[in-house]
Design a binder for this molecule. Structure first.
Ligand SMILES: Cc1ncc(COP(=O)(O)O)c(C=O)c1O
Length: 471
């Protein structure tokens, strides 16, 4: 393992870095969070922004009082900050706040102007369910094939673009995979998509915290028509996401949710919808969430997305080098440390012959390391990457439907955030090495219904961590 310490260390910018995790042997260890593709901890500047806003928030857009005006200003400023971060043009794009990427994808699916002639959506084979299932409900979905190593197959994309050209309304792909960390060539795909007369949406849930995004002017053939992202993956808390997309489209049609705050005038007979973005923001908005997301964006901008990418590439390179040295570790997607700069720090693996459920349980209970295991809401992609036999898929499906998740195929996923350090990487590598060598003390039992393992005799009172009074 190289001895050099990664520099700079960004831990000081984050909240919750001192939290200790209880281990099976009764000791405590600083918690190592390697599950950032799921959710990230908040930055301290985000906490400060939220605390400031808590003092002054009030009814956004509706009140005439001082606090209402402050809230409205901060809410609209948040929208502009986030749009600028992704290179959206306010004259052509509009930012619509919502709950998260899932809600943004669903809104786009419900609001997209499909017609009986243009009814087809091309999506990749690596999509998170959030950028797959909403399209299945409203369009004819065609999957772009994948290469043997799990990347988007651009030759197949070209073929499908040509084949479905007359029916194609939209291409919707992830900017980066939450399973393999592969980054898709979104600007090249955008150019080809526009040349074929369709629009492109990019699920930026994973890309946004790790790489600069440039939506561009609509006159640029490589522009992005729509993007979706979530605050809780970019160092702000849950509850806020944004759909940024073409103003011309969101200024048309009925909103998908109906209620207050999105109309010009309502009589008993008719409704006049407001212009975008109000038309698509029914109900009282989450001003604190918007401010939190914008504060995280400003912190990322201050660091610089190139610095963010460089730091995470160092971590990824070190982790892949360590895993390769252990031997007997199956890494999915690319295992090549030299390509770390061209992917995200998301590394899926399995210890040969060991359940993904068990590996992640031991990492948590004996090493204080939080990773994720399972199928990461991308079942079709996982089954392809693992080359699971269709017969096995059928058997597992029957087991799941009968309440037994113990045999569900899956992987363990390490995913880095900006606060992670070389020490975190080395601790994880050593943990995996020990587990592989059988050096763990617990006797683990699997719960068939959940598939999860826990060690015999382990008890912990979580109520001491809850800020709420006992009930
Ligand atoms: C690529 C990708 N898209 C969409 C989502 C859904 O994000 P959210 O749960 O914030 O809606 C995720 C979450 O893991 C993701 O990784």
């Amino acid at each position: 393992m190289p001895e050099t310490r990664l520099s700079p260390d960004y831990r000081d910018l984050f909240t919750g870095m001192e939290v200790q995790a209880p281990l099976l042997d009764g000791s405590w260890k600083p918690y190592i969070n390697l599950d950032n593709a799921a959710s990230t901890p908040a930055m301290k500047s985000v906490r400060e922004a939220v605390n400031t806003m808590l003092e002054v928030y009030s009814s956004v857009h509706r009140g005439s009082g001082f606090k209402s005006r402050v809230s409205t200003y901060a809410f609209e400023q948040s929208r502009r900050v986030i749009m600028k971060f992704v290179g959206a043009d306010e004259s052509e794009h509009v930012g619509i706040f919502g709950k998260n990427t899932t809600e943004a994808c669903n809104k786009l699916a419900r609001r997209f102007p499909f017609t009986s002639e243009k009814d087809t959506v091309l999506i990749s084979s690596m999509e998170h369910h959030s950028n797959d299932l909403p399209w299945r409900a409203v369009a004819n979905v065609v999957f772009i094939g994948m290469t043997p190593d799990g990347r988007l197959d651009e030759a197949d994309f070209d073929t499908k673009l040509e084949r479905y050209k007359n029916r194609l309304a939209l291409v919707s792909v992830s900017g980066a995979s939450n399973v393999t960390g592969y980054i898709n060539p979104i600007y090249r795909l955008a150019e080809k998509t526009h040349a074929a007369g369709a629009l492109i949406a990019v699920d930026c849930a994973q890309l946004a915290p790790h790489r600069a995004i440039h939506m561009g002017r609509l006159s640029d053939p490589a522009h992005l028509d729509f993007i979706m992202m979530s605050a809780h993956k970019m160092y702000a808390p849950y509850g806020t996401g944004i759909l940024i997309g073409r103003k011309d489209i969101f200024n048309r049609g009925d909103p998908d949710l109906r209620g207050g705050g999105e109309v010009e005038i309502v009589t008993r007979e008719e409704v006049h919808w407001s212009a975008a973005p109000d038309r698509d923001e029914a109900g009282s908005p989450n001003v604190l969430g918007a401010v939190a997301m914008a504060a995280a964006v400003q912190a990322l901008e201050a660091i610089g997305m190139n610095q963010v990418a460089a730091h995470e590439a160092e971590l990824t390179c070190r982790m892949l080098t360590g895993l390769n040295r252990i031997g007997g570790i199956e890494i999915y997607g690319s295992a090549d440390p030299s390509t770390a700069a061209n992917r995200l720090g998301v590394i899926p693996f399995n210890i040969s012959g060991m359940s993904h459920y068990l590996t992640s349980a031991i990492l948590a209970f004996e090493f204080g390391i939080g990773v994720r295991n399972g199928c990461f809401c991308a079942h079709p992609y996982l089954l392809d990457l693992m080359q699971v036999d269709p017969q096995v898929v059928r058997q597992v499906r029957e087991q799941i439907l009968s309440g037994d998740r113990s045999q569900v195929p899956g992987m363990v996923r390490i995913s880095f955030g900006l606060f992670n350090t070389a020490e975190d990487v080395d601790a994880c590598t050593e943990g995996i090495r020990s587990i592989k060598a059988g050096n763990y003390r617990g006797v683990y039992r699997q719960n068939l219904a959940s598939g999860q393992y826990s060690p015999e005799g382990w008890k912990f009172d979580f109520s001491r961590y809850s800020p709420l009074k006992p009930i």
